[in-house]
Design a binder for this molecule. Structure first.
Ligand code: AMP
Ligand code: GLY
Length: 435
């Protein structure tokens, strides 16, 4: 009898149910990775995409990422053990506060802490208070004052909407006229609504960009492997900014010394400073950094979540159990966890719809997905939808093809070989990721 109960306990320990909130490539990569955990029985993704629909142990659920009542009811009715929140909007709207009130284990910062991403003005003032290196700045709500200030600054000049603007709220003005136009559009024409009632004008920083993401339970900080996003639309880092057209991990400029400086000068004071100010930060924290010509790391932005497409290449390299890692956050036991990473670099290339990041069409049939990918290659879906056993495009960034390899060239070759077999009428991608 005793053995029977022990058996039940063991079975129960191994039958974890996970809910992942979001429907992009980041969430597909998280679902794929956490489903590999022997403890995990089932992964639900709300709302997911055509990629998560076909992943093992995984099921999509039709609940909007901002329907907190729907999500908490689902989590309670289905005995969800752990929820991971992918996108910034529900985090900024306080999803973690709502989950915690119901004693539901979840990974992400509370509403107050998510301000690090949701308000650039909050983040900048916080960095100044805590001596965290970042570009010089000033905040404005009045357009004439902002223009007067802009006239006295060096060009290029960076104009940022204070609030969340789906990655479109940053203008790098190459002339004073462009700066004035951006100020006018944001503050007067309210281009981003409430999000641009306030703007931050900041000094243009030159150097190499790096994404540095950590997981923290508020006390212990576990850095993930570094990565580099490719935000510009076109090869050679030309064209407009996008959500990210590809990523590599590790970031080529990363060194042990730089890693230690980023932890000491940026990440540790941020987590400590938030706690000191009564906004304990838990969950993933993404620091978008510029490494200047002098080699100094400075913060461009904070995100209160994992990056997309950075997560896809980071998950390709994670060898430890993602469930253990995430579960330790809520339980505040991260000090016991040391994730293992593959030494092989990973490359991810985003396949996008013609017209992205502006207008694009949806609903094209995607060819070439049923072919088997090599073992080291994965396709993470983003803007896709399944219809009558076919998969159709359903967004601007449609998928991210990823691979690991002995070196960047090997990984690159695998990725582009696989991409050559995928097609829809207006598909495009950058050809220089990982070069
Ligand atoms: P953000 O959303 O703040 O990360 O800005 C988007 C992109 O704009 C960044 O990834 C950088 O490429 C660029 N950017 C933002 N702030 C600056 C800055 N102060 N200097 C130079 N580039 C910047
Ligand atoms: N790849 C940039 C971001 O996730 O914000």
């Amino acid at each position: 009898m005793k053995n029977f109960f022990l058996f039940l306990v063991v079975i129960n320990l191994q039958a974890k149910k996970v809910l992942i909130i979001g429907g992009g490539g980041r969430e597909h990569a998280l679902a794929w990775k956490i489903a590999q955990s022997p403890q995990v029985e089932k992964v639900f993704v709300a709302p997911g995409n055509a990629g998560t629909l076909y992943e093992q142990k995984t099921r999509n659920v039709v609940i909007d990422v901002n329907d907190f009542d729907g999500l908490t009811s689902f989590a309670q009715e289905n005995n969800i053990d752990l929820t991971i929140i992918g996108p910034e909007v529900p985090l900024a709207n306080g999803i973690v506060d709502v989950f915690k009130k119901q004693n539901l284990d979840c990974v992400g910062p509370c509403k107050k802490a998510a301000q690090l991403e949701a308000s650039k003005d909050f983040a900048k003032a916080f960095m100044v208070r805590h001596n965290i290196p970042t570009a010089k700045y000033k905040t404005f709500t009045n357009a004439e004052d902002a223009k007067d200030y802009a006239r006295l600054q060096k060009i290029p000049l960076v104009i940022k909407a204070d609030g969340l603007a789906a990655g479109k709220g940053v203008v790098i003005a190459q002339t004073l006229k462009e700066a004035e136009q951006a100020i006018e559009q944001m503050l007067v024409q309210k281009k981003f609504g409430h999000a641009s009632q306030k703007i931050v004008i900041e000094e243009f920083l030159e150097g190499n960009e790096l994404s540095f993401i950590v997981l923290t339970d508020g006390k212990t900080i576990v850095p993930l492997v570094s990565s580099q996003d490719h935000k510009r639309l076109l090869d050679g880092n030309k064209g407009p900014n996008t959500g990210g057209m590809g990523a590599i991990s590790p970031a080529p400029i990363m060194t042990r010394q730089l890693h230690d400086r980023i932890m000491q000068e940026i990440i540790e004071p941020t987590i400590a400073g938030m706690a000191q100010e009564g906004c304990e930060y838990t969950g993933f924290l993404y620091a978008g950094l510029m490494i200047t010509k002098e080699g100094d790391p400075k913060v461009l932005e904070f995100n209160c979540r994992l990056g997309d497409p950075e997560t896809q290449v980071i998950m390709m390299r994670l060898q430890s159990d993602l469930y253990d890692l995430c579960d330790a956050v809520y339980k505040k036991q991260l000090q016991n966890i040391k994730p293992q990473w593959s030494l092989q670099p990973a490359v991810g290339v985003v396949l996008a719809s013609g017209g992205y990041p502006q207008q694009y069409k949806k609903g094209y049939l995607i060819d070439g997905l049923t072919l088997k990918s090599p073992d080291d290659c994965r396709i993470f879906h983003a803007g896709t939808v399944s219809k009558d056993d076919t998969i159709l495009t359903n967004g601007g960034r449609v998928m991210c093809v990823c691979a690991g390899g002995d070196n960047l060239d090997c990984a690159r070759e695998l990725v582009y070989k696989r991409i050559n077999k995928i097609n829809w009428p207006d598909m495009f991608c950058r050809a220089d990721i990982g070069l």
